[in-house]
Design a protein around this ligand. Structure first.
Ligand code: TPP
Ligand code: DXP
Ligand code: MG
Length: 626
């Protein structure tokens, strides 16, 4: 294996060009073998192996900046940049991250995980290099066609066009996001790829480029100028990226490593912002992954020889929360024709695809565009529809102002279903839904809820569409399976802002919000009753003050439990209540501490944060001893 001899890009750059194809094959084999046992984002990473090898071969990394948008496609990059042996432990507790991370490697020029950031970051680095007089330093952003639909990417392109910096954007166009990439940009990219006029222009540009290599620098700049003025008019009219001020090259075959090397070498000689459009295949090299790209985006375990997916040994008898959302929304939508479903590019992830199958005209996949998803929903609500806007908690961070300015301020009835609230597991720090309870609690008009289980999720979703429901409602639930086998219970309206006592107690009151309360229940079951009282608060805002008065009048020891950051969430709300009404109690707050939490299983991370079942039990015991 050639890969055996390669540990760093410096080793790679010693290889003759004719061995690059074999190196790509070796890397592909390693990724397929390792991910079979230790799953991750397979499809995207298989699609950029040739690009990764060509980039590290031509660029002078880490002096040159190389930024991977989202970063889920960075496996070949990790293998080639000193992490070959650690790759087996990626995404596991204590192992390397599944995403690029500046603290992990000097070759990770910028940390990613959320989409559409790469062009902004690369432009920042390109301008920094320019200011520093480093005219030879390249800054390269590799961004997918899906991530290019994000508003931030467009903001960056718009800005890049007016700076004469050494920025290269590689558009990795595989015509897919996690689900099929849909929208105007996607149609445009397909047009560019197939248009005859366009390909003619492209050939002319390559022709000039080829000649540039063989002539003197003075002549080169003269021809470049002539080429620019002759073509700019035509290209600017016909090409979006040229119109924004970037020179456009392509489309090229993103799996022809030797051709990519040649093109990248040529492009290094051209100053100013430029974009190379590469056509790739998501899942390249594994038949099943190419055939079903959505499943193989992050497929779980599979047989490395046959590519057959391995079924879970003991599948959970309870449903995933996301599926409870999906089936419940369809059920509600059948009965209420005002209900619509919105997702920013996660129809499979959040299970809106369940409603999409039956009612495609009432579901909207708006692209990787969380800000737009929220304001679009607000617009629909302003005209009397009831949008269920489903966004993963950590991606909702993008749309904060849209929730405040466009939705809450106008008190519009949008139901925000926040999937992946709390610790998510292997995706790690970029993806934990740690902050939502805290960042939403300070927004007026917003009702914030978190269901304890499937039945509660259904009832909250039901309550959200009732005619007397006012303003925006947040329903926040975690990644993974619920707790009930018979979860399709009849709908019941839940009183807004009301919590409930689950277990009566005498010495300590444990107040929880959301599904993490089920761990509290288990911990309390180990203590002889009736010592510990358990309260499921259901709503963080408005918080149930009546219930809190009852609790504070009875208990002097209180534990709060939330699967979210301690600062600003339930614990903070309870302490604020205590101060407001001058109660005096000892309040211990369990939740995510004030630091970024890495990757691992959910259980490992609950333990790390001090709120797994054992930690809750220990906290109760230590309070009992006092
Ligand atoms: C802000 C944000 N929203 C959603 C996601 C979830 N997500 C991760 S990868 C992906 C699809 C990306 O598509 P593309 O950029 O084309 O890359 P590909 O997977 O096709 O290589 C999505 C929606 C994310 N990481 N960040
Ligand atoms: C890279 C990315 O952002 C998504 O693929 C994310 O990993 C999906 O997470 P779930 O597995 O929780 O749907
Ligand atoms: Mg794509």
């Amino acid at each position: 294996m050639i890969l055996d001899k390669i540990n760093t890009p410096e080793d790679l750059r010693q290889l003759p060009e004719d061995s690059l194809i074999q190196l790509c094959a070796d890397i592909r084999q390693k990724i397929i073998e390792d991910c079979a046992e230790n799953p991750g984002h397979l499809g995207a990473s298989l699609g950029v192996i040739e690009l990764t090898v060509a980039l590290h071969y031509v660029l002078n990394t880490p002096y040159d900046n190389l930024i991977w948008d989202v970063g889920h496609q960075s496996y070949a990059h990790k293998i080639l940049t000193g992490r070959k042996d650690q790759f087996k432990m990626k995404r596991q507790f204590g192992g390397i991250s599944g995403f690029p991370k500046m603290s992990e490697s000097k070759y990770d020029s910028f940390g990613t995980g959320h989409s559409s950031t790469s062009i902004s970051a690369a432009l920042g680095m390109a301008i920094a290099a320019k200011i520093n007089g480093e005219t030879d330093r390249q800054s390269v952003a590799v961004i997918g066609d899906g991530s290019m639909t994000g508003g931030l990417a467009f903001e960056a392109l718009n800005n890049a066009g007016v700076h004469n910096s050494n920025l290269l954007v590689i558009l990795n166009d595989n015509n897919m996001a996690i689900d099929p990439n849909i929208g105007g940009l996607n149609d445009y990219l397909l047009d560019v790829t197939t248009s005859k006029t366009y390909n003619k222009l492209k050939e002319d540009v390559w022709h000039i480029l080829g000649k540039l290599n063989r002539i003197s620098p003075g002549m080169r700049s003269f021809i470049q100028n002539v080429d620019n003025s002759l073509k700019s008019l035509l290209l600017k009219r016909s090409n979006l990226f040229e119109a924004m001020g970037l020179r456009y090259f392509g489309p090229v075959d993103g799996h022809d490593v030797n051709h990519l090397v040649k093109i990248l070498r040529d492009m290094k000689k051209i100053n100013g912002p430029k974009l190379l459009h590469c056509i790739t295949v998501k899942g390249k090299g594994l038949k099943q992954a190419e055939a079903d790209q959505t499943t193989w985006h992050a497929p779980g375990k599979y047989n490395k020889d046959t590519g057959e997916l391995i079924k879970e040994q003991n599948p959970s008898p309870t449903p995933k929360f996301q599926d409870v959302f999906g089936y419940t929304l369809l059920e509600l939508a059948r009965a209420n024709d005002k209900i619509l479903g919105i997702t920013p590019a996660m129809p499979t992830g959040c299970s809106l695809n369940i409603m999409m199958k039956e009612m495609p005209e009432r579901c909207f996949d708006v692209g990787i565009a969380e800000q737009h998803a929220v304001t679009f929903s607000a617009g629909l609500a302003a005209k009397g529809f009831i949008p269920y806007c489903n966004i993963y908690s950590s991606f909702m961070q993008r749309a904060y102002d849209q929730v405040i300015h466009d939705t809450a301020l106008q008190n519009l009835q949008v139901v925000f279903c926040l999937d992946r609230g709390g610790i998510v597991g292997a995706d790690g720090a970029t993806h934990h839904g740690a902050y939502d309870l805290a960042y939403f609690r300070c927004i007026p008009n917003l009702t914030i809820s978190a269901p304890l289980n499937e039945e509660e999720l259904r009832n909250l979703m039901y309550t959200g569409q009732l005619p007397h429901q006012q303003g925006p409602l947040v329903i926040r639930y975690p990644r993974g399976n619920g707790f009930m086998t018979n979860w399709k219970t009849p709908f019941q309206e839940l009183p807004i802002g009301k919590g409930r006592c689950m277990i009566e107690g005498e010495e300590i009151a444990l107040l929880s919000i959301g599904a993490i309360g089920n761990l509290a229940q288990k911990a309390i079951a180990r203590i002889p009753r009736p010592t510990i009282g358990w309260y499921d608060m259901r709503f963080l805002k408005p918080i149930d003050e009546e219930l809190l008065h009852t609790i504070f009048s009875k208990f002097k020891k209180i534990i709060t439990l939330e699967d979210g950051t301690i600062i600003g969430g339930l614990g903070s709300a309870v302490i604020e209540f205590m101060n407001k009404y001058h109660y005096n109690a000892q309040v211990s707050r369990l939740g995510i501490p004030d630091k970024f939490i890495e990757h691992g299983s959910q259980q490992q991370l609950y333990k790390l944060c001090g709120y797994d079942e054992e930690a809750i039990y220990n906290q109760i015991c230590s309070l009992l001893k006092e």
